[in-house]
Structure formats: C-alpha cells, structure tokens
Design a protein around this ligand. Sequence first.
Ligand code: TPP
Ligand code: MG
Length: 739
Amino acid sequence: MATSKTDPKLALAANGAKKSRFYEGLTREQLIQAYRFMYTSRRIDDREILLKRQQKIFFQMSGAGHEAVGVAAGLALKTGYDWFYPYYRDRALCLTLGVQPYQMFLQGVGAADDPSSGGRQMPSHWSYPALHIVTQSSPTGSQILQAVGCADGGRYLSNHPNAVQAPTSGPPDYRQFKTVTFQNDEITYVSLGEGTSSEGEFWEAMNTAALGKLPVIFCVEDNGYAISVPVEVQTAGGSISRLVSGFPNFHFEEVDGTDPVASYAAFRRAAKYCRAGHGPAFVHAHVIRPYSHSLSDDERLYRPESERERDAQRDPVTRTQMFLLREGILDDKGINQLEKEVEAELQVAVDRALEALPPAPESVTQYLYSPDLDVTSSVFDTPAIVAESSSDGKKVAPKTMADLITATLRDEMKRDERIVIFGEDVADCSREEYLKHKLVKGKGGVFKLTFGLQCEFGNDRVFNSPLAEAAIVGRATGMATRGLKPVVEIQFFDYIWPAMMQLRDELPTIRWRSNNGFSAPCVIRVAIGGYLTGGAIYHSQCGESIFTHIPGLRVVFPSNALDAAGLLRTAIRCDDPVLFLEHKRLYRESYGRASYPGPDYMIPFGKAKVVQAGTDLTVISYGAVIPRALQAAQKLEREQGVKVELIDLRSLNPFDWDTIAASVAKTNRALVAYEDTLSWGYGAEIAARIADQLFDQLDAPVRRVAAKDTFVAYQPILEDAILPQPNDLYLAMKDLASY
Ligand SMILES: Cc1ncc(C[n+]2csc(CCOP(=O)(O)OP(=O)(O)O)c2C)c(N)n1
Ligand SMILES: [Mg+2]
C-alpha cells in the first residue's frame, strides 16, 4: 500500500512560486488550457442556471467547485484510451476529455441530437462512446461496480486478445455489433461524492477492485455535503480516507481538489501505480460546492453565511486565475481575452442548442432492445441435432435440465472466448492447487451446474465472486459494456434483491438511456422457485413479474431440459440482457428430460410451445407449473373427456401473444396458471390482455390459479397448501370447462 497526502493548505501558492516552474509536469500552455476548461465549466453552469430560470431547459446540476479536480483527472488520463464513469459534477473533466459545450447544452434542452442520450436523460448524465465516457445514471453509486467490471473486462481482453475478434461466418451473434478495444495499461476512472461512499455498492466495488488488483481510480470528490447532510453525519469519523485506508493493494491520495496542480500530481501518481499493474488507486479530493446541491436546493437553509464564505475563499476558478496572474503565466489582458473567447463560444453554443429539434415522440421505445439482432427472429430458430447413440454405440439416456444447461454452457464457452462465468460458489475450487494435486473433485455451484468448467476453461473464465449480488450484476454490466459476455449466476432468486438497483436502474436501461451509444448484453442465470419440500420462505421464491415489469430486460423461464438448452444458447448469443430463470425443482426432474440437441440448437424468445393441443380450454403457464398442469389436464380428459390446450410460454418477455390468441379463439376459455403469488402477478397481465383483446371470443371469465398471497412455508403440509397443486389446477380447469 502506498499513501501520499498533499497538504490541504495547498500547493498552488507554495509550488510554482518557490519550487519549480514545471508545476508537477504541467506546462504553462497546459495550465492556461486547464483554466480555460475550468472557466468554461463554471460559465456553462451559469448559463444553464439562467436557461433553467427562463424555462428553456428543464433541469440543472452544477459542477461548480469541482472544476480543478476534474481538469486534473482529464489531463492525467487519456481520452478515448482510458475509460470513464464520471458522476454528475464532472463537467470540467468531460470538457477536458473532449466534450463540446454545445453538446452539453443539447443535453440541457433535450435535443434529438444530444449525443449522450437523444433527450432521454437529464443534463450532466454523461455518455460519449468515442471518448470512452460510459453512460451515467442518476442513482448515486451504481456506476462504481460497473467501473470495476469495465476494468476487469479490459484486463480479460488483454489476457485474451483473440476474444476481440467477431465471427465473420456462421450464425450471427452479439459479437458482430460492437467494436471491442482494449489497451494493456488502460485505467478506469470512476468518481463519486463523499455522501455516496456510504452506499454498500461502493464498499463492494472497493473490495472487488482490491481483490483483483484492478486498474481503477476511485475519485471521491468530497464537498462536505450530500444535499444537506454534512460529512461528519455521513462518514464515521468524518474522513473516507481514514475508513478505506485498510484496503490492501491500493495507492491512496488525499488532496486539495480545488488546486489543479496538486490534483494533477495526485492523479499522475495514481495513474502510474495503476498502469504499472500494481492495483487500484483512491483519490480523495477536498472540494467545495458553491451553488447549493442543485437548483432545487437552497443551502442557506442549512449552511450559515460564515461557512459559505470560508468555502468561497477556496473557489478553484478564482484561485487558479490568481495563480496564473501571480506566476506571470497570464496577465490581466490575457485572462480577459480568454474569458471573452469562452463567453463568445458559449453564446454561439447556446444559440445553436436552442434551435435544435426535440426527439420525435414515436421514438420513445427505440433502443430498448438491440436494433441489430432481433431475439424473436428466425436466426434463433435452429433444429435440434441429436446423437441417438454415443461414440461407443450405446443408446444415449435422456438428460436432465441441469445436464443440458451445463452442456450448453460448455459448448458456448468453447465457441466464444468472450464468455466468463462467475458468481457465488460457481468455480470448481478457488484454491487451484487442491485441484492440481487431485486432493478435491471440485464443487461447480451449489446445484453443480458449472461443475468442471473451471477445470476445462481456466480460473479467469470461471471463478468465484465475493458474496455480493450487486457486485455480481454490476460487474457483469461493466464487462458486458466492454463487449464480453458474462454469464453470471445468482445462487437463489430469494437473494437477488441486493442486485435490484443494478437490475432495475442500470443493466436494462443502458442501451435506451444512451440512445444506443452503449449496450450491456449479459446473462443472469437465477435458480428460482419452490415445490422443494422444506425450501421455506427464503429458498422458494418466484417473483418473475417484478422483472418482466422492467423494459429492456429479457426474461425466460424454461420448463424442461430441451427448452433450457435452446433458450440458454439464445440468451448467450443475443444482443440484449437476459434474466434466465431456472427452476430448482426442475433441475433433476424426470419430467422433461431430453437428449442434448447439439451445439447450435436455439429457440427464439417470444415463441410459446403447445405442450398438448386441445379444443375445450386454454391453459397458459410456464416453469414448474407445466408438469402439474399437464397432469391435471390428462386427468380431466380421462375423467370427463375435456381436451385442454396447454401452452408453455417459455419466454415471459417477450411473450407469445399470437399463440395465446389463436388458442383462445379456438377454445373460448382461458386459465392462466403460475407459481408466484396470485395478486399482481405475471398472470394478471396475461389475463387482462385476454379480457381486453379477446373479449368477444370468450364464453367464460378468464381465471387464474397461483400461489396463495403469502410466503412459502417450511412445513411441507403448509407448502402444499400455499403453492398451486395438480388438484387445484384440475378443479379450476374442470370448473372453467363447464362454465
Ligand atoms: C441511490 C440514490 N439515493 C438518493 C439519491 C438522491 N440524491 C441525489 S444527489 C444526493 C447527494 C449526493 O451527495 P454526494 O455523494 O456527497 O455528492 P455531491 O452531490 O455532494 O457532489 C442524493 C441524496 C440518488 N440520486 N440516488
Ligand atoms: Mg458531497
């Protein structure tokens, strides 16, 4: 661990005048340029504030007080080479990296031509692909894990340079739609406020970066407040530097972030450390916040004038101007000239931006999903090629869903070097020497679905993650942004919730919010569901509707081995993020076993399977309810001659409306059956659509069978009473058929 601390009293005054004329390696021209960026940044804020008051823009977030540290980071790092996850106060950084003021004003007015989001995101939510500035969101802190994943992705590519290549022949896949680049000594920069360092994801990111010695610069821009909450109430002991100082493998800097020269020196040292491959760096920059939190906040309500005046003494723009004068780098005339040029440039930029056209209302759903590769298309409809007998001539026994998922993962990993698998316990054995000396067999997941993959593909392609679900998904998102295909595992659906911020506000939004500037197609495999006889409340949950409710996220839920293989391959090859729900009870069920359908078998999403054709009643279901519904339907036919058409949706978003509609047109009766709690569930939406769009075809009300609106209990008698059983399905079918 290396630590460097610059006296917060500041290098600006002491440095240039007495020590050297090199200003920590910055030339006079660079210092003038730095001031220009800082002044421009401040004046853009001032302009935006005016525009907001005139109701010409709709939101304003200022970078005031944070200019020096931003410019310093921009000068020390390389634009279009390193990667940047800058938070909303990093206007000066973005200017230094090459964003034009005009582009910032386009964002303010929400113009169609706004290169960061096409009018979809608030101003100061940066996204500029060519500059490697990755799309940013509003939740504070959710960028940090992605930055770690980005660094991880860069390092992986550096170790697997062939993975960059995309196939030029064969079936299309996601690799053909993204240019993937890396540099062997690249750095990922991520910034946040000191308030945000209280978020759990920050600590998960620090831990992951330290564990992997990843080249990430964490920059905490500490302005002493998170809206109205002062740092001593936010951070135990009042200093984030103190709290993080125990993380191994880090280089630490604490610096006056209102001093561009000292900040530059800190970033230079941090960058050197990271580029050399020693590990991550932490830059704690003390800055000020002269313009309240945002235009919706008036800091005079919680900060006395005396405190605000004290801050004003450290204003980075004024101080840098004084410094340039004192050092004789610019005189009054030079300063005036520079400021006049900036004002003129901004005037032109504002005038142009105010004339820019807004986006077309019809475009609102564009780029929720890949515009290049349609996951419902026939590209993903490939035949199963089954070997009837093995190489020794023996007939091949049908395989379980677990077997076929493993086989699919294995074949896809062989085909595509960009696939990495991580999650809790997914590796065979993290202590590789045990495997090497054959002391252990290896684990490969709590359900053993990844067994053998680490041994076959190596521990940089299949590895255990820390026990941190947000880190699993956030890191995967960052890696996928770089072009890798993480296929990660959430051990139990019941524990997916720490990742909810990443799954709701990040992963599915990336393509849409960046107007197709970025995408993160990865696969999240999740063991889901009950019927376990003792699974209880925390090993039995469903809850798929929470995720089908999220635009931008594909959700699939196979009920048998063959579908699991075909859908998983599609999930891996497609260009959208996919939540792949694997029912634990079905993993090794005798129902639905199948022979391996070969290394290219795929099923398009949004295509249901008619499990059993019928004429009297349509049952729409998926997952572990399918075998139960089939049992009930067969009994009903045996006993009453009622012919049920059973539809297995297989994929929940998108879902196959055409098959439902055609079936209901034939049977005139519909029952929706699912394992999750009845109310507000996935089936409610299907039922509502049938009632709305097929009303004329119906001879009976649309019914639902689902779990009781409670948690799943441990005692099997209770579990049976809670989850939908074959008999519940039978009774509902019988009742509806005779309605
Ligand atoms: C997860 C989350 N919680 C709350 C908010 C609302 N919010 C926006 S900025 C902010 C304060 C952030 O303070 P800090 O991290 O110190 O950054 P600063 O704005 O001071 O630069 C809050 C609470 C949010 N955007 N995201
Ligand atoms: Mg703050």
